[in-house]
Design a protein. Structure first.
Lengths: 315, 261
């Protein structure tokens, strides 16, 4: 894996996407005193007239966004992933239920957030938003793909939740490859017939590294960026279960209800296939740097390699 | 019109055997004032983009809204008869996806003022004179989100946002004084920098005057605290916590019809 300093954080991609839409007068940006962190500050600096700080008050922010959306605007509202959860019922009743097109971004998701500790490390956001009818749930891996997917939301016809990450990771995308990204379609980074590793967010890099290691063992892995958790690309999951016969999911999220949960639901309903889930195993995180935490929680590339072998042995 | 609306409210709740008559009857004079006197809306084009918005944040008072919408020509008597029934336009709580003329899907308290603020910000961005009117219950003021919105509305100096608090003194389980005192509502809004006017919410001339006063406030948000009687107009419902969310018996319904004749 290349050095993180050469990469980008997905939150930067979110900010860059907003900035790229600055001439679009239908775009409005909402913040809850974390614009510098979620990177909506980039838009604010260029277009304060269309940026609204609602203070440290996430519940209000969600419904202000809904009001704007019903009046012809396309709101992008961001705060930390964990604080969007404080307004979950507002999102449920005020946005998802009436299917009002508000785009929510929760940054600093996952234990990769690091030293802030467990209070800031959302490991359940993907799961809870995935339960809501009408919601699209995204979790891009790096800054380049986050920018492309955020831009794709401009004309998306459902409300959405996008989780971004605080820290830089090696880029898995170029501008050209990111241009191929489509909401709802997994992006295949590597093809192999022995096992399929479905990853999202910062875990895509770990999955690609794991595939390199597996190749040295004579095991060929497919690696997919499942940047869209909902709607899940079931066609691709089914295809991979037939082709590879063993699946591993990798996410910086609880193994309950997120990507692993979604894939488990899909496989059990369609083509039962050995599945191993890499993620946070039903516990909270703690302070530490990102790599230390990934290692402690069994979420490094080496753990994905072991999980792949377990899945293959269960064929 | 107000008396007709009261009859609609009681009939809707009686016919389905459930619903919220008390807070509808306390709010109805203001609803008549707004729909009859003030709101720039078009029943032939309910989604008209430049209409004024009315947001019933205490969405359980839906029979009151449906009665006013019917009188204003948005929905039919058949629609009102669908109240709380499968597939009906008149869902248990007001729902913008189901009922023409409804601007907000409510039902969970505390959200409407925030939504109205979003509508008002949009109107300002558009350079439009349209205005958002939001009705809150007094029990609803116990929701923290209301005060997030009250603070934000004055911070952003949202002059095209008007709030009406239906101060009927009763919430689901009991009197507000028993459940959670909300004290002097007007003072609270004043403390947050709002312009505030208190009125008798059953005095139609005061209602109309207050609406005009709220319209005259343009430099920031305005709040009308209307003192009302829950269940107003039906003797056995008046000031009776039991009729926050209950239907009358057949005997009670006959009495109510007589009183509202």
């Amino acid at each position: 894996m290349s050095a993180p300093s050469g990469g980008g954080a997905s939150r930067d991609g979110y900010g860059q996407a907003l900035l790229a839409m600055v001439d679009d007068d239908q775009i409005v940006v909402l913040e809850a005193d974390l614009g510098k962190s979620t990177k909506s500050c980039l838009f604010r600096a260029e277009k304060p007239s269309h940026t609204f700080c609602l203070g440290i008050a996430e519940q209000n922010m969600m419904l202000v966004a809904a009001g704007l959306a019903t009046s012809g605007y396309v709101p992008f509202a961001s705060t930390f992933a964990i604080f969007t959860e404080r307004a979950f019922e507002q999102v449920r009743n005020g946005i998802a239920r009436p299917n009002i097109i508000v785009h929510i971004c929760g940054s600093h998701g996952g234990i990769h957030t690091g030293t802030d500790g467990s209070s800031a490390q959302s490991i359940e956001d993907l799961a809870i938003y995935r339960t809501l009818p009408n919601m699209t749930v995204l979790h891009p891996s790096d800054d380049v793909s986050a920018k492309a997917l955020t831009l794709a939301l401009r004309h998306h016809d459902h409300p959405s939740y996008t989780r971004t990450a605080r820290n830089k990771v090696a880029r898995a995308y170029s501008e050209e490859s990111a241009a191929e990204l489509t909401i709802g379609k997994g992006h295949v980074h590597r093809e192999g017939d022995d096992v399929a590793i479905l990853a999202c967010g910062v875990m895509l890099n770990e999955a690609l590294e794991a595939a390199d290691t597996l190749a040295t063992q004579g095991i060929q892995a497919t690696v997919v960026d499942m940047h869209t958790i909902k709607p899940l690309d079931e066609t691709l999951v089914n295809e991979l279960s037939l082709n590879c016969g063993a699946i591993v999911t990798a996410e910086d999220h609880s193994i309950i209800g997120g990507l692993g949960g979604a894939v488990a639901e899909c496989l059990s309903a369609n083509i039962p296939t050995p599945l191993e889930r890499i993620g946070v195993a039903d516990r909270f995180g703690e302070s530490g740097d990102s790599d230390e935490l990934l290692a402690m929680l069994g979420m490094k590339a080496v753990d994905i390699v072991k999980a792949a072998n377990r899945a293959i042995s269960r064929k | 019109m107000a008396k007709r609306c009261r009859r609609h409210i009681v009939k809707m709740v009686y016919d389905i055997g459930a619903g919220h008559p008390g807070g509808s009857l306390s709010a109805i004079d203001m609803l008549v004032g707004l729909y009859g006197h003030r709101l720039r809306v078009d029943p032939s084009n309910p989604d008209w983009a430049d209409r004024d918005r009315f947001i019933m944040s205490k969405g359980h008072a839906s029979p009151g809204v449906y009665a006013a919408l019917h009188e204003r020509g948005f929905i039919t008597a058949e629609d009102m008869a669908s109240y709380r029934r499968l597939g009906g336009a008149c869902q248990g709580h007001v729902d913008m996806k189901w009922c023409p003329g409804v601007d907000f899907s409510a039902g969970s308290l505390g959200m409407g003022l925030s939504f109205g603020m979003g509508c008002s910000i949009a109107a300002s961005l558009d350079g439009s004179a349209r205005t958002s009117w939001v009705m809150l219950g007094d029990g609803e003021l116990q929701e923290g989100q209301v005060w997030e919105a009250v603070m934000a509305a004055n911070h952003h100096e949202i002059g095209n946002l008007k709030v009406i608090v239906d101060r009927n003194g009763i919430q689901n389980d009991d009197f507000c004084e028993v459940q959670m005192r909300v004290f002097d509502v007007a003072e609270k809004f004043i403390a947050f920098g709002w312009a505030v006017k208190e009125i008798d919410g059953h005095d139609m001339s005061a209602v109309v005057e207050a609406i005009d006063w709220a319209d005259s406030v343009t430099e920031g948000p305005a709040c009308i605290v209307m003192h009302t009687v829950k269940g107003k107009g039906v003797s056995f419902m008046e000031n009776n916590p039991k009729f926050h969310g209950a239907a009358p018996t057949p005997e009670q319904y006959e009495l109510a019809k007589e009183e509202l004749a």
